[in-house]
Write a protein that binds this ligand. Sequence first.
Ligand code: GLN
Length: 232
Amino acid sequence: TAQAQEGKTYQIATDITFAPFEFQNSKGQFVGIDMDLMAAIAKDQNFSYEIKPLGFNAAVQALQSNQVDGVIAGMSITDERKQTFDFSKPYFDSGVVMAVKQDNDTVKTYEDLRGKRVAVKTGTEGYTFADSIKDKYGFTMVPFDDSSQMYDDVKTGNSVACFDDYPVLAYGVTQNTGLKLVTEKEPGGSYGFAVSKGQNQELLQKFNAGLANLRSNGEYDKILEKYLGKDG
Ligand code: GLN
């Protein structure tokens, strides 16, 4: 990353495994839509930063306790989070959906979850949604720290389903991760870059300014197309 004029290197926390937004390539480098957006925005706005792949919940907690300057992690802008964080302009629409193992033909609706285990990811919108319907549909939740552990729990059959963000599960289907989507998308917040409330306002302004520039110069579309293809 380029050296910032002021000499400040922002610490930006992210998730570990949340393709296509952040994930490790075969060389162990963190790549993805969030990683490319951050790099392009930093270049456009001339600041330097370091990526800290902490995992989603840990990243959010690190931001809350001001151990990092910002979070970019497919983090949904929600009213509850707005009490604690300031968000950039939204940069990607999301929503929560349920997935099951590819060869599972018995679990198709929330009603089919009765008496079963459902894998969830701590601290996420998917967790909050599952928690909000678990009593009505009578399932138990098995929490994980990252998405790949959560998917593995479904693939091994320990849990029958999981809840995660639509764009991530849909991308996983194209990558043959062994899961399929079975429900309509529940409405959720769009993704935004976050700083602690009232902190790092200049970083937030730079993010917004850079994002606006990338949207108008076509680079935003190019980054999305790189990971999602032409129709993404
Ligand atoms: N978008 C979801 C949230 O903000 C999940 C984010 C993630 O798991 N990286 O809760």
